[in-house]
Design a protein around this ligand. Structure first.
Ligand code: IPE
Ligand code: IPE
Ligand code: MG
Length: 249
């Protein structure tokens, strides 16, 4: 049986000196959340914004330096046109409403993905939000939009090839490939969280999660709270990361 611990009890178990430096999240289950309530899928996406606020605030409060949220995948274009349109509208609404709050919490916004393929008004709102939070020095919040890890790797290889044409001595190794990914300014995630119980990574940060600890919860994304995030961090801190070595025995 699951015993529900309160926020103070959870926080007391977190070692602030060993926080994951980068948490990546696959925010899944909005549609199922809505379906259970006999609501349209978009109601689930709308409710998901609340969970985004909670996760962002929890990371900012604790002092986690990097949080990356999978908001729209390169494969999500397969969904009905109306759902895509509503998702884009929600994103624009979030960007407009949230800038003040992000600034208040000293959060800097970033994006990864093929941003130039997003609708022009979305690109414009993104630029404004990026520009208006650029000066912040706290949590680095990255939204993955029209993001696909395979597309990212293709883009990185293309960029490398382009440079090689100009400078034949450029090395192709793990470091140079990493430096050409969209995530070049971010450390690799330490902790990957997926909600709604799905045991897959759905083309998210494939290169970067090579040694991430994976934490999956049955909770659907709109029901995800700060306490869930605290629990994920507690479980993460109990794991032994060996990176192929022998660890501590
Ligand atoms: C995640 O929820 C949000 C996006 C992919 C944009 P889903 O919309 O995938 O919800 P389910 O998986 O259908 O429940
Ligand atoms: C992953 O969720 C993408 C996002 C959370 C944005 P999906 O719902 O698209 O993934 P699959 O289809 O279940 O693999
Ligand atoms: Mg899903």
């Amino acid at each position: 049986m699951k015993t529900e611990l309160g926020e103070a009890q959870l926080l007391a178990q977190i070692d602030l000196d060993r926080l994951p430096q980068h948490i990546a999240m696959i925010m899944d289950g909005n549609g199922r959340w809505a379906k259970r309530r006999r609501l349209p899928r978009i109601a689930g996406h709308r409710a998901g914004i609340r969970a985004v606020r909670q996760a962002v605030e929890a990371c900012a409060r604790l002092g986690v330096p990097y949080l990356t949220l999978y908001a729209f995948s390169a494969e999500n274009w397969k969904r009905p046109h109306t759902e895509i349109k509503l998702l884009m509208d929600l994103l624009r609404e979030y960007l407009k409403k949230e800038i003040a709050e992000l600034n208040k919490q000293n959060i800097r916004l970033g994006v990864i993905g093929r941003i130039s393929e997003l609708p022009k008004p979305v690109q414009r709102d993104l630029e404004i939000a990026l520009e208006n939070t650029r000066q912040n020095t706290g949590l680095r919040l990255t939204l993955a939009l029209n993001y696909g890890a395979r597309a990212e790797m293709v883009d990185a290889v293309r960029a490398l090839a382009e440079k090689l044409r100009g400078n034949g001595s450029l090395a192709i190794d793990e470091a140079s490939l990493s430096q050409h990914l969209y995530t070049r300014e971010l450390p690799d995630p330490d902790l990957l969280i997926r909600t709604s119980g799905e045991m897959r990574v759905s083309n998210f940060l494939l290169w970067q999660i090579a040694y991430a600890e994976i934490w999956v919860t049955e909770t659907l994304w709109p029901d995800f709270t700060q306490n869930d995030l605290f629990q994920a961090i507690i479980d993460y801190q109990r794991r032994e990361r060996r990176y192929g070595g022998l660890g501590l025995g």
